[in-house]
Design a protein around this ligand. Sequence first.
Ligand code: CO
Length: 214
Amino acid sequence: MDFNTIFRNNQEWVASKLAADPDFFKSLALGQTPEYLYIGCSDSRVTAEELMGAQPGEVFVHRNVANLVISTDNNLNAVMQYAVNELKVKHIIVCGHYECGGVKAAMNPRDLGQLNSWLQSLRDVYRFHREELDAIDDEVLRYDRLVELNVQEQCINIIKIDHVQRAWYTSGFPHIHGWVFDVRTGRLKDLGLDMKKVFRDVKSIYDLMPLHGL
Ligand code: CO
């Protein structure tokens, strides 16, 4: 795709939006009230809005390599604070994907430069679940399972965040969901995680507001 094509595509997109709703961009300029915060991989094949069929204004998006939620990530923390405290999103989604290069890299020890420190927590996920993962003979299935376990661990990392806990104690929101996008079929899979139950299980370790009840 060359640059001319991109700008021509943009003009066509504007025209189609205006044909359907002449006030589309006027309403868009008034502000955003998305109900979803989507945290996904930077992988070019995993387009947040397109795979969800979402329109501009509907999803607040954060993407990084291997959809990680790391407590010292200033970028992630700013996104989380704004999404939870200001936008008051109802749902936070962590969306991993099969055939994730980050996941494959984390399962194969190698010097990856800047990615060494970034993928360290993903190698930790492998270590936490090593017994289960090493018991899977098929390499593809082993990668697939780490993709799922990584989503689960990142959802757990979200419940450790103070903004999220504070919002839970006051409004009960946001709900946290773990998804996997299958690039081989285009299908989205809900892992069906019960994060309120997980929080109850680890509450004695991670609860930052123990004087509240949940
Ligand atoms: Co990826």
